[in-house]
Design a protein around this ligand. Structure first.
Ligand code: 13P
Length: 253
């Protein structure tokens, strides 16, 4: 089966309100009429509403960068899945390496969020990826497996088909050092194998695996030509109105 490519922009903590609105307007205009690819932008949470308003009747979906697993209550500073749906989100990034490594999220934390997102009807984009030290110690497959199985523990086959996985090697994030087509392709293929082992080949065939880490409009086409790379989760280049639409177009050319 040919999976529909999916390109998402993770704006992280990088825009003001007016920059966010300007950026989404420019991206929207630049990808008008583009078909055959799913697209999303994930602005800072406080601007979800403003960016969502700009995306009315557009093919670009809205995503959040994180959420909490509880439905409501005394969880100061947190946001629930229902709140994200309420402002128009379709996607939520979970277990990004910055949350795992800087904010201390464990696979168990991510797993709880994955279940809450799926139960609410949000599509989680679940991030996995090894650090430079782990790669050097030849632990890439072990780490990715631990994160994949740990973050999706208890997720059924039907639910798994709706999940998006993002392979983001930590050493490639924001460094300008992109994984080679062979390096990324190898991990994506091994993730596909893990999915097949766990959920069967038919489901594994449906799950999209994005690559993330220093994706630009110059390297996107090569990466996206790999059969197990089904899209990209883009950081820095998604903040550039001149680059992000080109990455989207590279997915369908
Ligand atoms: P960069 O594209 O800036 O390397 O960031 C990747 C990323 O972390 C996307 O989630």
């Amino acid at each position: 089966m040919v999976r529909r490519p999916f390109i998402a922009g993770n704006w992280k903590m990088n825009t003001t309100r007016s920059e966010a609105v300007q950026l989404v307007r420019a991206v929207r205009e630049a990808v008008a009429g583009v078909e055959g690819v799913d697209m999303a932008v994930c602005p800072p949470s406080v601007y979800l509403d403003a960016v969502g308003a700009e995306l009315k009747d557009s093919a670009i979906a809205l995503g959040a960068q994180n959420m909490y697993h509880q439905a409501k209550g005394a969880f100061t500073g947190e946001l629930s899945a229902a709140m994200l749906l309420d402002v128009g989100c379709q996607y939520v990034i979970l277990g990004h390496s910055e949350r795992r490594h800087i904010l201390g999220e464990s696979n168990e934390d991510v797993c709880r969020k994955v279940h809450a997102a799926l139960a609410a009807g949000l599509t989680p984009i679940v991030c996995v990826g090894e650090t430079k030290d782990e790669r050097d110690a030849k632990k890439t497959t072990d780490i990715v497996a631990e994160q994949f199985f740990g973050s999706l523990a208890g997720v059924s086959s039907d639910q798994a088909a709706r999940v998006v996985i993002a392979y983001e090697p930590v050493w490639a994030i924001g460094t300008g050092v992109v994984a080679t087509v062979d390096e990324a392709g190898e991990v994506h293929a091994s993730l596909r194998g893990m999915m097949a082992g766990r959920y069967g080949a038919a489901i594994a065939d449906q799950i999209r695996i994005q690559y993330g880490g220093s994706v630009t409009d110059e390297n996107a086409a090569d990466l996206l030509s790999v059969s197990d790379i089904d899209g990209a989760l883009v950081g820095g280049a998604s903040l550039k109105a001149g680059s992000f639409p080109k990455i989207i177009r590279a997915a369908v050319s």
